[in-house]
Design a protein around this ligand. Structure first.
Ligand SMILES: [Zn+2]
Length: 55
């Protein structure tokens, strides 16, 4: 069920199973649960720049 989402600018990968400690997002947090205030921790891009990666 875990999905990953990739920033199309810097190719940072957000994994739902890992979360993002840098953003205080705990492991298991679904992408849809993350607010629109989320920014890529590497390039500050918004969620709209991310695409789902099928593993
Ligand atoms: Zn990025």
């Amino acid at each position: 069920m875990d999905k990953s989402y990739e920033c199309q600018i810097c190719h940072y990968l957000y994994s739902e199973s890992t979360g993002e400690p840098l953003m205080n997002i705990v492991p298991g947090t679904a992408w849809d649960e993350i607010g629109d205030e989320f920014r890529c921790p590497h390039c500050q891009a918004t969620k709209k720049v991310f695409i789902e990666v099928r593993g």
